[in-house]
Ligand binder design. Structure first.
Ligand code: DQA
Length: 147
C-alpha cells in the first residue's frame, strides 16, 4: 500500500481558532481525521505533518522524493501556507526532489489579497486545489490516488 504525505506549513496548527470566517472551525486534528478517511477509501496510508519552519518542510519534500523513487509514496499534498507566496526554496525543493505534488489551499487565494495571487509552488506542482475549505484535502487525496 502506498503512502500519501500531507504536509501543512506555517500557522496551520492554529486551524479552528485562526480566522474561522476564512478557514472554518475545524482543527488540524479534524483535517487529519478527514485525510485518514480519504486515504482509507482510496487504498492509501496517510502520513500527516505540520511545521512552521521552511527548512523542515524542505527536508520532508526531499524525503518524499526518495520515497516516491523507491515506490512507497503516491505523492504529496502540500498546503504551504504563506510560504506559497514567498518561497523559491520550496519551489526548488519540489523540482529537485522530482516528487508528484498537489498544491492545496483551504481558501480561494485568488479571491483574496493581491499578495496571495502569486504562488511559487504552482509551477512545480502537478495540480492546484483552492477554495473548497478543508474538504479540499479529501479531494486532493482522491486526485492523487487517481493519477
Ligand atoms: C492558505 C492560504 C495562504 O495565503 C495563507 O497564508 C495560509 C493558508 C490556505 O489554506 O488557504 O496560511 O494556504
Amino acid at each position: 500500500m502506498k503512502t500519501a504525505l500531507v504536509l501543512n506549513g506555517p500557522n496551520l496548527n492554529l486551524l479552528g481558532t485562526r480566522e474561522p470566517a476564512v478557514y472554518g472551525s475545524q482543527t488540524l486534528a479534524d483535517v487529519k481525521a478527514l485525510c485518514d478517511q480519504a486515504c482509507a477509501s482510496h487504498g492509501l496510508t496517510l502520513d500527516f505533518r505540520q511545521s512552521n519552519h521552511e527548512g523542515e518542510l524542505i527536508d520532508w519534500i526531499h524525503e518524499a522524493g526518495r520515497a516516491q523513487a523507491a515506490g512507497t509514496l503516491a505523492g504529496v499534498v502540500l498546503n504551504a501556507g504563506a510560504y506559497t507566496h514567498t518561497s523559491i526554496a520550496l519551489h526548488d525543493a519540489i523540482k529537485g526532489a522530482g516528487v508528484t505534488l498537489i498544491e492545496l489551499h483551504i481558501s480561494n487565494v485568488h479571491a483574496r489579497e493581491a499578495f496571495r495571487h502569486h504562488s511559487y509552488i504552482s509551477p512545480a506542482a502537478k495540480a492546484v486545489m483552492a477554495g473548497f475549505g478543508v474538504q479540499g484535502y479529501a479531494l486532493a487525496i482522491a486526485g492523487l490516488a487517481g493519477l
